[in-house]
Ligand binder design. Structure first.
Ligand SMILES: *[C@@H]1O[C@H](CO)[C@@H](O)[C@H](O)[C@H]1NC(C)=O
Ligand SMILES: *[C@@H]1O[C@H](CO)[C@@H](O)[C@H](O)[C@H]1NC(C)=O
Ligand SMILES: *[C@@H]1O[C@H](CO)[C@@H](O)[C@H](O)[C@H]1NC(C)=O
Ligand SMILES: *[C@@H]1O[C@H](CO)[C@@H](O)[C@H](O)[C@H]1NC(C)=O
Ligand SMILES: *[C@@H]1O[C@H](CO)[C@@H](O)[C@H](O)[C@H]1NC(C)=O
Ligand SMILES: *[C@@H]1O[C@H](CO)[C@@H](O)[C@H](O)[C@H]1NC(C)=O
Ligand SMILES: *[C@@H]1O[C@H](CO)[C@@H](O)[C@H](O)[C@H]1NC(C)=O
Ligand SMILES: *[C@@H]1O[C@H](CO)[C@@H](O)[C@H](O)[C@H]1NC(C)=O
Ligand SMILES: *[C@@H]1O[C@H](CO)[C@@H](O)[C@H](O)[C@H]1NC(C)=O
Length: 633
């Protein structure tokens, strides 16, 4: 009897409430996008629009990650979202307003045009259009629409690293014909994904608008997970749950009051626990900073800044962090603290003429020349690593500076006179490097890596070894620079892939595996650059390491020799340098590039291998063939 009973209830439900059925079938499944008409005289495309998005656990809990998703800066999101400190982590379900540029895009004659914001997304392992649209972008787009916009891609055969245009649904308000009727006026449209418990009145009150204007644009009926467009005059002020006190001792009451205002009861209990926990953690660290460094409360923000980097293991790391901060603050005694005026003076107010590259400026203070790197508040990771390392083949940190007014931070390094290896090899501004110098440079880099891989505890992985991060001093000795992406600790797995195309190891790109072997791989690519004089990735996007391995794997010895010869840098060949030495280095490079990280040599083996090549290289120069220019000491 029981099953029939249920069936009957279900039938009754369906008969009585046809809408019950409708709201369960998701229209968005078939939604290929919202049409727009480019030709209409009163259209407003392109326009500024916004999307409502919520932070979610575990991957989208900080503005940096969400910003990456939409190709926006943290500030671009924090401003419209009423978040005062862009670098602090978010809690799950924090509401955000994401600014979009909405345009009307022509697909083809039969299909017409659809309106969307053009976001580029790079396919990661195990992504499908469905997962990306429903999870990463929270149904602000649909997989049928992604297919329409990317006709050349095969949805069942996506390759990692491929770029896909994600059409984030949006709409522009109609131009008003007569400004007399104010109730028809809207400045922006917010794209909002309907949630199962929503109704028109709850949505209207959420965005501070009236029900009628929502119905005018979207019709009476709401469908779950459909994107609707909410017309608004001005941006709603989102209630952000956590208001951390800037500093101080007994602000408990204020926190609780702030929390209580914005939240329902259940959310409140949850947030109270999280809030108090964060409050205690941050305040504790805050005091530590203040006591240790006497730099005042500004550093509190810097502290929070580092969270962006380890959002995945935030919880486990907090205790460790406290200890590390103590370490950093201890070591900071060793560094000079520069004033912002000194740096402004040194660089003519960060004038373009002092720019070395990226955000690095050259400046002279008290007659001493420095390289000054301007950073946002994520300086902490780099400081943490640099304070542990001190080696002739690593660029030395001399001091730092904090500019509380601009929330910028500056790291001040020794100035390395001869610029980057990249500019020597590929920009042709300088004299050509001879083989002996190149070999010395290779050995210097290997020694620098040996130091961070084997002689620091815990080991440090640089993660971004490339010729533009290798600097050459006045004696043409190489130093590794830019520890901005470096990680201490080993065999971590990260979801946030960073690094440089052409140098990234396959296992890191595919699975996010971080190990010293990824530096070995990138070093292999730098060796190839030294041997071939070619860039790690050419204009057509061909990878140097890929072509090297393919050449090396040829079975036809004659063809192989012919191709190798074409592949080597002509400038070295002119020198009649020792072929034996060259081939020795090439063998090391090929070994570094093994696809299986465990089969790559350790940095110790590499140093040994290169030193052997150096012996053969020097024998030759002693005989006086090919005179080494820029001879290293
Ligand atoms: C989606 O499309 C399929 C086939 O075109 C159709 O059978 C189904 O009813 C559609 N669903 C909705 C909710 O429109
Ligand atoms: C838009 O107008 C142009 C000429 O003004 C016409 O060639 C084109 O076909 C029109 N497109 C649509 C979609 O109506
Ligand atoms: C998306 O934007 C990129 C760069 O802004 C542009 O090259 C591309 O053509 C755009 N794609 C579409 C479909 O509008
Ligand atoms: C997106 O829609 C699907 C149903 O098509 C739903 O299962 C999923 O939970 C939605 N995602 C979000 C983040 O709301
Ligand atoms: C127009 O685009 C739609 C969606 O991608 C596609 O199904 C259709 O075949 C296209 N038509 C033409 C004539 O290219
Ligand atoms: C998948 O794509 C790759 C290249 O992107 C291609 O070589 C391969 O043949 C494709 N496989 C299928 C089953 O289409
Ligand atoms: C303004 O528009 C509303 C409907 O959108 C209409 O009911 C009202 O009469 C209009 N008022 C004026 C002054 O045109
Ligand atoms: C809309 O939902 C809210 C709660 O989300 C509820 O209080 C209200 O009664 C609902 N209104 C209608 C018309 O269903
Ligand atoms: C931001 O949100 C807080 C907490 O909900 C609110 O009190 C405050 O007025 C808002 N600030 C601005 C500038 O909108």
């Amino acid at each position: 009897m029981e099953p029939y009973h249920h069936l009957f209830t279900l039938l009754l439900l369906l008969l009585l409430f046809p809408s019950f059925l409708e709201s369960q079938t998701q229209r968005q499944e078939n939604n290929t996008g919202y049409t727009c008409n480019k030709n209409q005289t009163n259209n407003n495309y392109p326009c500024q629009a916004y999307a409502y998005y919520k932070s979610t656990s575990p991957n989208f809990l900080d503005l940096a990650t969400i910003g990456d998703l939409f190709s926006l800066s943290r500030l671009a999101i924090s401003k419209p979202s009423n978040i005062s400190s862009p670098s602090s982590p978010l809690i799950p379900n924090q509401p955000l307003l994401i600014p979009l540029t909405c345009s009307c895009n022509f697909i083809n004659k039969t299909f017409g045009s659809i309106s969307y914001s053009n976001i580029t997304y790079t396919i990661k392992p195990s992504d499908t259009f469905f997962i990306v649209s429903t999870i990463n972008f929270q149904n602000l787009t649909t997989y049928p629409s992604i297919e329409v916009v990317n006709p050349s891609l095969v949805p069942t055969n996506l390759s990692i690293g491929e770029n896909v245009v994600l059409p984030i649904f949006c709409m522009c308000p109609k131009k008003i014909k007569s400004s007399s009727n104010i109730s028809n006026f809207a400045n922006y449209m917010i794209s909002y994904v309907v949630q199962p418990l929503d109704n028109v009145s709850s949505i209207a009150s959420m965005f501070g608008t009236n029900e009628k204007s929502i119905v005018d644009v979207n019709g009476e009926k709401l469908y779950d997970y459909d994107t609707i467009f909410v017309p608004i005059d001005k941006l709603p002020i989102l209630k952000q749950p956590i208001v951390l006190p800037p500093s101080g001792n007994s602000n408990d009451d204020k926190i609780i009051r702030d929390l209580a205002i914005g939240l329902g009861f259940i959310g409140f209990m949850l947030l109270l626990v999280i809030g108090i926990w964060i409050y205690r953690e941050v305040l504790f660290k805050d005091r530590l900073w203040m006591v240790k460094m006497k730099l005042g409360r500004e550093l509190y923000f810097g502290q929070k800044g580092n969270k962006e980097n380890n959002n995945n293991n935030n919880n486990n790391n907090n205790k460790v962090d406290v200890k590390l901060i103590a370490n950093v603050s201890d070591c900071l005694d060793k560094y000079r603290v520069f004033g912002i005026e000194e740096l402004l003076d040194a660089t003519n107010g960060f004038d373009e003429s002092c720019l070395i590259q990226g955000s690095v400026y050259k400046g002279s203070i008290d007659g001493q020349v420095y390289a000054i790197k301007k950073m946002e508040w994520n300086v902490y990771e780099e400081l943490k690593i640099l304070q542990k390392v001190n080696h002739g083949n690593l660029v030395k940190l001399e001091g730092f500076c904090i500019d509380p007014a601009e929330t910028n931070c500056y790291l001040v390094y020794e100035y390395v006179e001869n610029g980057s290896l990249y500019s020597w090899l590929h920009e042709g501004k300088n004299e050509k490097l001879n083989w002996v110098t190149r070999l010395r440079i290779a050995i210097d880099i290997a020694n620098g890596l040996l130091y961070i891989h084997e002689h620091t505890r815990p080991k440090v992985v640089h993660k971004d070894i490339k010729s533009s991060n290798i600097l050459l001093d006045s004696n043409m000795r190489a130093k590794i620079a830019n520890f901005g992406l470096a990680k201490s600790g080993m065999n971590a797995i990260t979801m946030h892939i960073v690094g440089t195309q052409g140098y990234i190891s396959p296992e890191y790109l595919a699975d996010g595996i971080v190990s010293t072997k990824m530096d070995v791989f990138s070093f292999g690519v730098v060796l190839l650059e030294l041997i071939s004089g070619k860039e790690a990735i050419d204009e057509e996007g061909n990878l140097l390491w890929d072509s090297a391995i393919k050449t090396f794997e040829l079975n036809n010895e004659q063809e192989k020799a012919r191709r190798l010869k074409r592949w080597l840098d002509e400038d070295i060949l002119k020198e009649t340098c020792s072929m034996e030495s060259l081939m020795g280095v090439l063998h090391v490079a090929i070994a570094c590039l093994h696809r299986d990280p465990s089969k790559r040599p350790s940095i110790m083996d590499i140093v040994y291998g290169l030193s052997k090549s150096e012996d053969t290289g020097f024998e030759l120069s002693d005989e006086g063939i090919g005179s080494p220019r820029l001879m290293a000491r």
